[in-house]
Write a protein that binds this ligand. Sequence first.
Ligand code: ADP
Ligand code: MG
Length: 160
Amino acid sequence: MTTVQTPISVSIAPMDKDNLDIGKEVSTFETKNFNLFYGEKQALHGVNIKIPEHRVTAFIGPSGCGKSTLLRSFNRMNDLVDNVRIEGEILLGGKDIHHPKVDVSNLRRQVGMVFQRPNPFPKSIYENVGYGLRLQGVNQRSILDDKVEWALKGPPCGTR
Ligand SMILES: Nc1ncnc2c1ncn2[C@@H]1O[C@H](COP(=O)(O)OP(=O)(O)O)[C@@H](O)[C@H]1O
Ligand SMILES: [Mg+2]
């Protein structure tokens, strides 16, 4: 049996941490004086951070310090939590993700999140798997059937 290898082009930012100058890196996300409140309780306090592109960035801190809250803010998942109020800005590619003209579904298509535990919607397995396609306006049964079957028969998510 012959194995056909697809050439993969990878561009890697220099890994030399001594030369890492965050001010010179291109940012994907940038937050400006970002505050987040759950009701009366303030969870994020004036966060100013730039996330450089093509790098792995980790948030490290004690439980409850706001890591998940900040991550959820990047694709506006906190919009779905009752009594959340924000102040300040989050920019993606220089654009304010809270601008009224931003289509939140589009934002979430661009900014994905992998959860510790699977969190399906209260729908059938078929509808959960096909949800992304439906969001993109694909409703033709034959296409959905094919894609859902392909997704369910394939290797687990993230290993393809
Ligand atoms: N849905 C919520 N409603 C009210 N308070 C919350 C909610 N989610 C998180 N918090 C509070 O916000 C703070 C930050 O929590 P979180 O972002 O989960 O921290 P981390 O991920 O660093 O453990 C904690 O005090 C937590 O109790
Ligand atoms: Mg957390």
